[in-house]
Design a protein around this ligand. Sequence first.
Ligand code: PMV
Length: 307
Amino acid sequence: MKNPFTAPGKIILFGEHAVVYGKPAIAIPVSGMRASAWSEPGEGKLTINALDLNEKIGLENKASQFSVLAQALLAKTKQKEPNLTINLTSKLPQGSGMGSSAATSTAVCKALSNYLGVDLEHNQISELVFDAEKIVHGTPSGIDNTVVAYESPVYFVKGEDPLTFDSGRNFYLVIGDTGIEASTKETVGNVRKLWEKEPNLMNGYFDEIANVTEGGKMAIEEGNKEAVGELMNKNHELLNKIGVGHPLLEKLVDLTLDAGALGAKLTGGGGGGNMVALANNAEEQAEICEKITEAGYRAYQTTFGED
Ligand code: PMV
């Protein structure tokens, strides 16, 4: 692999789903788990070689996030289809709330723009990836492409410039994977159906989630880990109320709380995928991670903020 272009995964700490309805959300990059893309001479046209899927995607494949992205980038830079193969691989599990589609699109975007000789700003990458995300997610809020393209913790409101923010301390997180592949497009669609049926009830939940997210931002800035943990629990309860829970998410949330986590919640689209727990310190982070793997599920450790 020659000098790959890479992009991190992400998790949402607060505000998923409500963010689709204009409420704020907080997401952080998971820098240890990345998608990588690198180019080599093509076979007469532009091909995205998705190595993990064993799939070669050309520009004609309008149903692919990568061809949408490449078409948009070529149109933006007024360039013809290059004779290029972009190889792509990712350490991020798909359909797990870790932003695998945004990370892979971002890596491809960086590799292709580099080949085309264009220097894109974070916000330009984010916008291109956002359009490609619509293929995967239907009506994405834009939080995934933002946190992945900026590779920084962000406080995000749809349609507004993302805010990066400072954190008062290091936060030790454990991500637990239910192993159930869930479609964000589907859970977002289900939430929309409920919202159409019961707008007042659902708007009430979204408002409560917004309060939790605002509190979460303050608690992170203050470095108040106990408050962050409590708010994660509260956010999880509300996510269950809007119908995006899953019994296995419950199992992993309970298991991590029993193991001493300060708080735990599902992260991302829900209905399966991942949960995230906040540990008291690095030692307990490792213990919680081990408890999840002992129970037979994949787990990852990640940190953010500064001591
Ligand atoms: O499943 P993920 O990590 O891609 O997160 C989706 C987050 C939602 O708020 C549910 C949808 C969105 O577009 O923001």
